[in-house]
Design a binder for this molecule. Sequence first.
Ligand code: VGL
Length: 212
Amino acid sequence: MNQLSFENTAAFDVDAQYTFTPECPKELPVAGGTEIVPALNQQAKLARLRVGSKDAHSPKAVWVAHEIQPMFSEVKGDNVDIAWNEHAVPGTKGFELIDGLPRPAEYDFFVWKGIELDMHPYGACYHDLADQMSTGVIEYLKLNEIENVIVGGLATDYCVKTTACQLRSAGFNVIVNLSACRGIAEDTIASAIEEMKQQGIVIVENIEQLQN
Ligand code: VGL
């Protein structure tokens, strides 16, 4: 990767929110979720632009798990697939970005996603599951002549993977920085890494690997 020129590089912080950390045990806790902050800040230092995303979900969304509709049950709808615990509700701790990150307004571009009651997107580039309703971030990066995007955040196996694949499909060189990510489960992390590699996404353990 030593041919990478960082000039046209953006850093992408995907859903680095407390909801995906052990601080919110009833939401979607990811082991080590709070530990990614230094690595996200480090990758941002290499980049000309820093963009980010946040889940912003209603407790009344159709995919919210409850007794009749438990977690991991299938949910029918064009833009929902499975039930998840209530998470990332504006006004709660889980909605907030992890301490040590910029506030949303301090990013060059910021996406709030999953606001609609009947949509639960994973990737930060589209509001729907069919990649039709752009959040604008791809257009923003292209307008700013970004060629490379270094991605980190939560969780590796869902929103990070989907965001990275969407960026790759849009034509960017995509690097996923594992030290800036944590994932939900070992098997889904391993298959996500495989899937990303097959798409031509570069996976690095840490940012030093890019600087050699
Ligand atoms: C996520 C599962 C459900 C994520 C969001 O941000 O990776 N995972 N909702």
